[in-house]
Design a protein around this ligand. Structure first.
Ligand SMILES: Nc1ncnc2c1ncn2[C@@H]1O[C@H](COP(=O)(O)OP(=O)(O)OP(=O)(O)O)[C@@H](O)[C@H]1O
Ligand SMILES: [Mg+2]
Length: 255
């Protein structure tokens, strides 16, 4: 069975792409065939690996589900030169596709149906990186997911932004028959010496319990990764950041 795992938060710069890419590579390293899909028109997932953004997601969400279309979309998948890890990139055209399906009033299940073609024995995991926005295509992407991780900077735990994305998910379950759910809030850019971070994390744990995942500390080595086109497991395998993301991979694998 293929698991669709989405990384989402409508706020920018919270660690979505870092988490999507690192998690995807972490799963691949554990022998899981993983396809990373970049639903953000910024195309950062490809750039972070020094690969070229292209209109893969545009093709995925504008084309029919027939075999010819699937073959074309598959031709857009890039080998990442890493065992078990493939990428379906996006680029600016993703935004055109989003506008198109919004104006055509496509159903909430639209993205899920487009992804079904990859839900075969070919892949264990589809990991979806998303744009910093809510509404429109974003809701269709959430609806397509079996589980969602919401990276949130430690200072924004308990913020309106986080509440909004959690509320959106609740509404999708209650009103739109979404079968997936929140896998967890992932505190990012955590610094334990900052009192506010500790207070926020404790308060979040009181509210959400086990849905608060172990935090990822702020780490220079993580910020360096895109410049080298590497993931943390390649750039600084012995770092605390690599250890923390490896632990997240373990938690996902146990789910
Ligand atoms: N734990 C961390 N410590 C330090 N830097 C980090 C950490 N996580 C991510 N970064 C860096 O912070 C920046 C923003 O991270 P990232 O691109 O993952 O966020 P994003 O949520 O995908 O942003 P956007 O909303 O623009 O897509 C990047 O330069 C990234 O390398
Ligand atoms: Mg991003």
């Amino acid at each position: 069975m293929t698991t669709i795992l989405t990384i989402a938060n409508q706020k920018g710069g919270v660690g979505k792409t870092t988490t999507a890419l690192t998690l995807a590579h972490g799963l691949a390293r554990r022998g899981k065939r993983t396809l990373l899909l970049d639903f953000d028109p910024q195309g950062q997932a490809a750039r972070a690996l020094h690969l070229s953004p292209s209109a893969g997601i545009y093709a995925l969400i504008t084309m029919d589900t027939g075999p010819n279309e699937t073959a074309y979309i598959q031709s857009k998948i890039i080998e990442t030169e890493r065992e078990n890890l493939w990428l379906l990139p996006g680029n600016k055209q993703t935004a055109d596709a989003q506008a198109m399906i919004n104006s055509q009033g496509k159903p909430i299940s639209w993205v899920r149906e487009a992804l079904e073609r990859f839900c075969t024995s070919q892949y264990h995991y589809l990991v979806l990186d998303t744009a910093p926005s809510l509404g429109g295509i974003q809701e269709r992407v959430l609806w397509a997911s079996d589980m969602v991780i919401v990276p949130t900077p430690a200072e924004a735990l308990g913020s309106d932004g986080l509440r909004q994305v959690l509320d959106t998910m609740k509404r999708l379950s209650a009103e739109k028959g979404w079968k997936g759910g929140l896998f967890g809030v992932l505190p990012t850019f955590f610094m334990e010496q900052v009192k506010e971070h500790r207070i926020n994390l404790d308060a979040m744990r009181v509210n959400l319990g086990e849905l608060v995942l172990p935090p990822i500390h702020r780490a220079v080595v993580l910020a360096e990764c895109p410049a080298f086109g590497k993931t943390i497991f390649e750039h600084a395998p012995d770092s605390r950041a690599a250890e923390e993301y490896a632990r997240l991979v373990d938690i996902v694998l146990k789910a």
